[in-house]
Design a protein around this ligand. Structure first.
Ligand code: ZN
Length: 347
């Protein structure tokens, strides 16, 4: 396993937020903070919600500026540069194919486009401040998908005869989004997404070098968040109300909310080792093929099976793969299909 202090103390309960007066547990990805976020000069501000590029259709809010925006634009452009990366001969790409519907980055782009419609600055919907995003132990929020919690609210509102919409304002323009699906796809980028973080690699002379994270890690964060947009079965207003009152947990296959981390990790060579994240609440998948499971399949492809990546990119993917393995019960078995293949559908 890599040496990054990824576990620390997580208390995702602190990340509860309030939308329209109702506390909601967030579905989120967290990133480590390695250094402070000294954002560079922001690009010119535009008063429109614009798509990122010809592949990634999510609209980016103009108030998303500075380093988070630069990282996002770079990530979305750079990940598509490895678009000519189908499987290596002999690679086992079944888990990737089952999740993304193919073996190239074009499939990943389609997966993202189905599930992330708007990329927003931190706090635009949730009202979360930078201080709210610190989870302790050097952990900060990387991104948050608020689509499913908002969808659950819309189910309640509709049962009361209202037609729920969310208004995304950008300068003089306003997009009114009718919330008819869990795949409303609203992702806020957190403080962590804008940070310049690093990962350790072993050099040939036995020393440890720190390399900057790139699109490899950041794109896997977005893949993770995208899965939080899926809700396999409809939720009644009564069920949604019980969730918001704290009387019941959300369905594990609606938004794929996180649960308690497993006691052990299965490594690729078959050995079972204790999980340093064991017992941590709200930091791991509750069922097979949640957000971390999907992220694991993505990172395995980048690290081991895809073509067109540099060794440095593979090293980054492998580091992220090792981290994600802590968040998934029997992750290696999962990728082999031992628990069945994922249902990627959503209402
Ligand atoms: Zn998550």
């Amino acid at each position: 396993m890599n040496s990054r202090n990824f576990v620390a103390k997580w208390n995702l309960g602190r990340a509860a937020f309030s939308v329209a007066g109702i506390a909601i547990s967030l579905a989120m990805t967290v990133l480590t903070s390695a250094c402070r976020d000294d954002a560079g000069t922001p690009p010119p501000r535009e008063d429109v919600l614009e798509a990122l590029n010809e592949h990634i259709r999510a609209k980016v809010h103009p108030a998303l500026q500075g380093r988070p925006r630069l990282h996002l634009v770079e990530t979305m452009a750079d990940m598509m540069l490895v678009n000519v990366a189908p499987a290596r001969p002999g690679a086992n790409v079944e888990s990737f194919r089952r999740v993304f519907g193919g073996t190239s980055m074009s499939n990943v782009a389609l997966f993202l486009n189905d599930r992330i419609k708007y990329i927003l600055p931190q706090g635009l919907v949730t009202g979360a401040s930078a201080a709210d995003q610190s989870l302790g132990g050097g952990m900060v929020v990387g991104a948050t998908n608020v689509g499913v919690p908002i969808y659950l609210q819309s189910v309640i509102a509709r049962a009361r005869g209202m037609n729920p919409v969310i208004r995304i304002r950008a300068g003089s323009r306003e997009d009114q989004i009718e919330i008819t699906s869990p795949r409303v796809g609203l992702v806020e980028l957190g403080v962590g997404f804008g940070m310049e973080t690093r990962f350790p690699v072993r050099t040939e002379d036995g020393r440890t070098a720190l390399l900057a994270h790139t699109w490899v890690r950041r794109s896997s964060t977005l893949v993770h968040e995208a899965r939080h947009s899926d809700c396999r079965v409809g939720v009644t207003a009564a069920e949604a109300e019980a969730v918001f009152r704290g009387e019941t947990q959300p369905r594990p296959d609606c938004g794929y909310p996180h649960g308690t981390c497993p006691a052990t990790i299965s490594l690729p060579d078959g050995t079972i080792v204790p999980n340093s994240a064991a017992g941590v609440e709200g930091a791991c998948d509750r069922i097979p093929w949640g957000s971390y499971g999907v992220q694991l399949a993505y990172l395995k492809h980048l690290a081991l099976d895809g073509r067109g990546l540099t060794e440095r990119q593979r090293a980054e993917a492998l580091t992220e793969f090792a981290d994600t393995l802590m968040r998934v019960e029997n992750g290696i078995s999962l990728l082999r299909g031992d628990f069945g293949w994922p249902d990627m559908s959503s209402i």
